[in-house]
Design a protein around this ligand. Structure first.
Ligand SMILES: Cc1cc2nc3c(=O)[nH]c(=O)nc-3n(C[C@H](O)[C@H](O)[C@H](O)COP(=O)(O)O)c2cc1C
Length: 392
């Protein structure tokens, strides 16, 4: 069976949960891991046994900003929490200053906080790109190189990977240069989201670009990302692009069992049966419960869960009043009570298999003045490009 090698870690099957800020925290990763292992629909207990030697797939944390990490920001220290059964522990960092990135990476190594570090160069949010951060950064080749050099040298034996977009727009593509720089600086693998910054989440991901990157950097694994909505899409991306693994993001929103489907597709076992609303409701309650345990407060868990409600219910016949009611639940009892009022025998709706989550595009790219004038002039990247980020 195909596997993916990320330094010392064998990822089999070669499927990676995309880092998603505010989503891929330890509870969500636990759910996805349970489905990957085939125990997701079980009794609702914790994953059985000790998984310290690693399980199926790879599950990356939400993005952690390097400055907040080195400053030991309280919320950040919570975000880097991994379940005891989670191996390898994959952490995604975001930073714009080589020295701070180096410091954060050394802290991770010295304090044994993770087993794999991914660096985020894909964020399209205007308040980040305005300062030259996120997906604007790879345009400045020397800065990208300096960050990667610091990260790889600080990481010692830990593998460092990067995740990026194609470029700023079609006239300012950066991914091939960035891939080459990554190889030269000792990065272990590169993941490409086949969109530019200006596309945001609109249009369709360009899988041909993934194939081109694979040809351009044959020395290291290339992971493809963008618009995988089903296990069949993942297999097709591997076949059509020649990539070494896939990264799946929005397809898992309100659908952590996609990981079970992905594993089955790669292992060649039959596709698991799509869940009826009764099973979906049980996962919703479990998700909210895990969030409460993680946050140390049931109500906070249920409140954090609110953003997931519409994704879980996508396509099911649930009236708008009830959707609203469920999305303002403040306790597990309230959430469960609402769910029990639904027609739980509804089968999985065919329409729920397509795109979900953000799908809008055509955002104007905001960059620092004169940013595109010279890819080699790195003046003007403000450290505050790190603050207030919300993912890639
Ligand atoms: C809510 C949300 C948060 C995200 N946060 C991050 C992040 O923290 N780091 C990152 O590299 N990408 C982030 N992304 C981008 C995804 O990792 C992924 O590249 C993108 O959604 C395209 O993949 P998909 O089509 O499978 O969703 C985020 C995307 C979404 C929708």
């Amino acid at each position: 069976m195909t596997s993916l090698q990320i330094g010392p870690h064998t990822v089999q099957p070669p499927v990676v949960l995309a880092p998603m800020a505010g989503i891929t925290n330890a509870p969500f990763r636990t759910l996805c891991r349970e489905f990957a292992e085939g125990d997701g629909w079980g009794s609702g207990g914790r994953p059985p046994g000790d998984r310290s030697s690693g399980g199926k797939g790879l599950f990356v944390s939400e993005m952690i900003t390097t400055r907040a990490l080195v400053e030991r920001n309280e919320k950040t220290m919570q975000l880097i929490h991994f379940d005891a059964s989670e191996r390898p522990r994959s952490i995604q960092l975001y930073g714009v200053d080589p020295a701070t990135v180096g410091k954060a990476v050394r802290m991770i190594v010295e304090e044994d906080l993770a087993d794999h570090i991914d660096l985020n160069f894909g964020c399209p949010v205007p308040k980040v790109t305005r300062k030259g951060g996120g997906s604007a950064l790879p345009y400045k080749r020397p800065l990208l190189r300096a960050i990667l050099r610091e990260a790889v040298s600080g990481a010692g034996d830990l593998p460092v990977t990067i995740k990026m977009r194609k470029g700023i727009d079609d006239d300012h593509l950066t991914y091939l240069d960035a891939g080459r720089i990554a190889v030269e600086e000792g990065v272990t693998a590169v993941a490409l989201h086949g969109r530019t910054t200006s596309q945001h989440y609109g249009g369709t991901a360009d899988w041909d670009a993934i194939a081109r990157l694979k040809e351009h950097v044959p020395e290291i694994p290339v992971l493809g990302n963008g618009d995988i909505w089903s296990a069949g899409d993942a297999v097709r991306m591997m076949r059509e692009t020649g990539c070494d693994g896939v990264v799946v993001g929005r397809g898992c929103l309100g659908r952590p069992w996609l990981f079970g489907d992905l594993v089955a597709a790669f292992e060649g076992t039959g596709a698991p049966k799509a869940p009826a609303l009764r099973e979906v409701a049980a996962v919703m309650v479990r998700h909210a419960t895990l969030l409460g345990e993680w946050l140390g407060d049931e109500a906070r868990g249920v409140i954090d869960f609110r953003k997931h409600v519409a994704w879980y219910l996508k396509g099911f016949a649930v009236g708008s009043e009830m959707r609203k009611r469920l999305a303002i639940s403040s306790s597990l009892a309230e959430l469960e009570e609402g769910l029990h009022e639904l027609d739980l025998d509804q089968p999985w709706p065919a329409g729920a298999d397509g795109p979900r989550g953000r799908t809008s595009g055509n955002n104007r790219v905001v960059l620092p003045d004169g940013w595109l004038r010279d890819p080699y002039d790195c003046a003007g990247v403000g450290e505050d490009a790190e603050l207030d980020t919300s993912g890639g």
